[in-house]
Design a protein around this ligand. Structure first.
Ligand code: HEC
Ligand code: HEC
Length: 307
C-alpha cells in the first residue's frame, strides 16, 4: 500500500514537473516566434499628398480604428489595461515615432500584412481588417500621418498575462502576420456611394472579429471573457434581423446600445461612431441584403495578385 502511494506521489510530481516544463517551453517558444523574421513581398505604395488626401486620411484614421489604439493625435495610446497583466499600447505614428523612416512599402507591409520593417511580426495590430485597404485609402492615411506634428515617446507596449504568451507559444493565439491571409489583394477602388459594393468594402473592417464570412463566433486569440461576435451574414441567427434600417445600425454605432438599452461589449464604438452617413448606409445595405458578393475577404472577386 505504502509503495503504491509512493508511486502515485512520484507520478504526480513527474506530471507536475512536465506541466511546468511545457508551460516554460511554450513561453520560450513564444519569444522565439516573436523574434522570427517574416518575409512578405509587397508592391510600392504610390505616394499621395494634398488637402483632399489628408482630409480623407484623417477620416479613415479616426473611423477605421487607428485612432482608438494609436491615439486621436497619432502619438500613441494605452488602449487596454487589465489586472491580469494586460497592458496594450499602440505606438506613435507621427513623424516623431518609429514610422519616421517608413517608406511606402513599409506602410503597406505593416498595415496590411502585420509585419514591421526588418520582418518583425506585429502581434496585436489588426492587419486582418486592413489587408483590403485600397492604395488610395492607405495612401491617404499615410499622407495624413506624415503631416501631423511630430510627437515624441509613445512606444508600443505589449504586456500580456503568462497564459496568453503560452497560448501564443502553443499556436492557439496567432500574431497579426499569422492572422492575415496574405494572398488577399487590396480592393479595387469603388465609388464612395450607398452601394452594396462600397458596403462590402467598408465591412472589411468587421472581419477580424466577426469572421471572414461575417459568420460570427469566438473572436480568435482574445480574452475568454469576450462574448462571441454576433453573426452579421444573412441566414439563421443573423443579428441583422434586429437592425432593419441604417438608422438602427447608426444608433448602435453612436451609443453602443441595443434597442432594448443593453450594452454591446468589445466593439470599437469610439471609431464606429465616426463612420460617415454614406459608409453606414452602404454597410447596412450590404449586410442586410447584398451579402452575396463574399465580403471583405475579396475571395469572390479574384483580382490578379499584384507584383
Ligand atoms: C486594436 C488596436 C489597433 C488598431 C485598431 C490599429 N493598430 Fe496599429 N498597432 C497596434 C499595436 C498594439 C501595434 C504594436 C505592434 C504589435 O501589435 O505588436 C501596432 C503597430 C502598428 C504599426 C507598426 C509600427 C512599428 O512598430 O513599426 C503601424 C504602422 C500601425 N500600427 C498603423 C496602424 C494604422 C494605420 C491603423 C489603422 C488603419 C492601425 N494601426 C490600427 C494596435 C492597433
Ligand atoms: C474588436 C472586435 C469587433 C469589431 C472590429 C467589430 N465587432 Fe461587432 N461585435 C463584436 C463582438 C464581440 C460582439 C458581441 C458583443 C456582445 O454580445 O456584447 C459584436 C456584436 C455586433 C453586433 C450585434 C449587436 C447586438 O444587437 O447584439 C453588430 C450588429 C455588430 N457587432 C456589427 C459590427 C460591424 C458592422 C462591424 C464593422 C463595421 C463590427 N461589428 C466590428 C466584436 C467586434
Amino acid at each position: 500500500m505504502r509503495r503504491l502511494l509512493k508511486l502515485a506521489g512520484l507520478a504526480l510530481a513527474a506530471l507536475l514537473g512536465l506541466a511546468v516544463l511545457l508551460a516554460l517551453g511554450a513561453r520560450l517558444w513564444a519569444e522565439h516566434k516573436r523574434q522570427r523574421v517574416v518575409v512578405i513581398a509587397v508592391a510600392e505604395l504610390p505616394p499621395l499628398e494634398g488637402a483632399a488626401a489628408v482630409q480623407r486620411g484623417r477620416y479613415l484614421f479616426e473611423s477605421r480604428g487607428c485612432a482608438n489604439c494609436h491615439g486621436l493625435d497619432g502619438g500613441g495610446r494605452v488602449f487596454a489595461q487589465a489586472g491580469d497583466g494586460t497592458t496594450l499600447a499602440g505606438p506613435n505614428l507621427t513623424p516623431g515615432g518609429a514610422v519616421a523612416s517608413y517608406g511606402g512599402r513599409d506602410w503597406a507591409r505593416a498595415v496590411r500584412h502585420g509585419v514591421a520593417p526588418g520582418g518583425r511580426p506585429l502581434l496585436i495590430m489588426p492587419s486582418d481588417d486592413y489587408v483590403r485597404l485600397t492604395d488610395a485609402d492607405l495612401g491617404a492615411i499615410v499622407a495624413y500621418l506624415r503631416q501631423l506634428p511630430a510627437r515624441s515617446g509613445g512606444e508600443a507596449r505589449i504586456g500580456l498575462p503568462f497564459v496568453a504568451w503560452m497560448a501564443y507559444g502553443f499556436g492557439l493565439m496567432r500574431d497579426a502576420s499569422e492572422r492575415v491571409d496574405h494572398s488577399v489583394v487590396p480592393a479595387e477602388p469603388v465609388a464612395e456611394a450607398v452601394s452594396v459594393e462600397h458596403g462590402a468594402y467598408v465591412a472589411s473592417l468587421c472581419v477580424g472579429c466577426h469572421g471572414a464570412g461575417l459568420e460570427g463566433g469566438r473572436v480568435p486569440g482574445n480574452p475568454p471573457h469576450w462574448p462571441p461576435a454576433a453573426r452579421l451574414a444573412p441566414g439563421a441567427g443573423s443579428v441583422m434581423a434586429s437592425y432593419p434600417d441604417a438608422e438602427s445600425l447608426r444608433r448602435l454605432f453612436r451609443t453602443g446600445l441595443r434597442a432594448d438599452g443593453s450594452r454591446v461589449a468589445v466593439m470599437p464604438f469610439e471609431s464606429l461612431a465616426r463612420l460617415s452617413e454614406v459608409d453606414v448606409q452602404a454597410l447596412h445595405l450590404y449586410l442586410r441584403g447584398g451579402g452575396t458578393t463574399a465580403p471583405s475577404t475579396g475571395k469572390a472577386a479574384p483580382t490578379p495578385r499584384r507584383p
